[in-house]
Design a protein around this ligand. Structure first.
Ligand SMILES: [Zn+2]
Length: 382
């Protein structure tokens, strides 16, 4: 069993699950197709879900168990995820083994979420009996809740709670220090790599957002009204698009304009020269392209950004490898340290909910001191 990408005639791609003879697993395929086409989820989501469902089916296969019945022993599946599978149990479409690290509780929970969704869909379309849900969910009612939280004007409300879930600690994003970010910048040997570091560290973009930036998204004039844009000042638009390479799908989700500072404007300018020298990149819409390795001029993969940072970390002699997210976190932290507010950070990072911003908020002792001193200044004893 393995995850396998399918490209439909319309150009839409989704991931499914196939066996060693490349036959699709009908229930898994119905579920994944529904996710992509019926629920409009991203291709990447179907990939993650296909991988999770394939893992579940591999486990069922090893136990020679029917996938519908094995659900009663999901605890065994969790144990297996934690300890058993080698990287060879799943292979990518090109036959390369995928190193699956699903040993951490967070990853295991993500796999379980996918398996539960798979079963809910199977029950909904009649591919599995509804009795399987009892193995997945504990059904309670809201009698024990305080009155104000109970469903209004209704009798009992039933609450389904997943039976299987590992506890995970509070997630904390570890930021890169300002010294580390600076060392990375100094280690850059190209304007492109410098731009990458700055887009992460000074604009707080996500890795995928940096890689997905199009030339038309960059507005570096003080006034972009000529380009039909009302956002004042220099900025980049972070636009969420369907990842279809044909661009046939409209942009979706939340988009935002992120102001950029003079350092970034300079970095964009310097990179424009470097990019221009690469003829293969001329027709490419993406800002960041392969300049130093084949195939030249094609958009950089998000994963290539990690490789750039890994190389820079090594060259800078840092004692750890910096990941894109740590620079994004450093940006959030610096905005707060400079007196920014949580709603500003939330908007800059493009978080839909303040809950997503929460893991970024672990104020350093210096910031706490500054906060106390600010009060002392404004409330000086006269
Ligand atoms: Zn604009």
């Amino acid at each position: 069993m393995r995850a396998f990408v399918v490209c439909l005639p319309s150009g839409v791609r989704y991931w499914t699950v196939v066996d060693e003879q490349l036959r699709v697993h009908p229930a898994a395929d119905a579920f994944l197709q529904h996710l992509r086409l019926g629920a409009g989820r991203a291709e990447g989501t179907t990939q993650a879900y296909a991988t999770a469902v394939a893992l579940y089916l591999v486990w069922c296969g090893q136990a020679q168990d029917d996938w519908r019945e094995a659900v009663d022993r999901l605890g065994g599946f969790m144990l297996w995820l934690r300890h058993a599978p080698g990287p060879s149990t799943l292979r990518r479409m090109d036959g390369e083994p995928v190193a699956l690290v699903v040993r951490q509780p967070r990853r295991i929970n993500a796999v379980l979420v996918a398996v539960r969704e798979f079963f809910k869909h199977a029950v909904a379309v009649g591919l599995a009996p509804s009795s399987v849900l009892a193995g997945l969910y504990e059904v309670g009612d809201d009698r024990w809740l305080p009155a104000e939280l109970r469903a209004e004007g209704m009798g009992l409300r039933h609450i389904a709670r997943p039976r299987h879930r590992l506890s995970v600690g509070e997630r904390q994003v570890v930021r890169a220090s300002d010294e580390e970010a600076l060392a990375l910048l100094h280690a850059c040997r190209s304007a492109r790599d410098r731009l990458i570091v700055l887009l992460l560290a000074r604009a707080g973009l996500r890795r995928g957002e940096v890689a997905g930036l199009r030339r038309a998204d960059v507005h570096l004039a003080l006034d972009s009204t000529g380009a039909g844009c009302q956002v004042p000042g220099e900025h980049v638009h972070v636009v969420r698009r369907e990842e279809s390479p044909r661009g046939a799908w409209a942009k979706s989700g939340r988009s935002r304009a992120v102001p950029v500072d003079f350092l970034l404007v300079q970095a964009f300018d310097a990179y424009a020269w470097e990019r221009q020298a690469c003829q293969q990149a001329e027709g490419c819409d993406f800002v960041l392209v392969n300049l130093f390795r084949a195939p030249l001029g094609v958009p950089m993969r998000p994963g290539a950004l990690n490789e750039v940072l890994a190389a820079l970390s090594r060259r800078a002699g840092l004692d750890r490898q910096i990941h894109p997210h740590q620079l994004r976190h450093a940006f959030a932290d610096n905005v707060l340290a400079a007196g920014g507010t949580v709603d500003e950070v939330q908007a800059l990072l493009g978080h839909a909910s303040p809950a997503s911003t929460q893991p970024y908020l672990n104020p350093s002792t210096e910031r706490l001191r500054t906060a106390v001193e600010r009060v002392a200044r404004t409330q000086a004893v006269r």
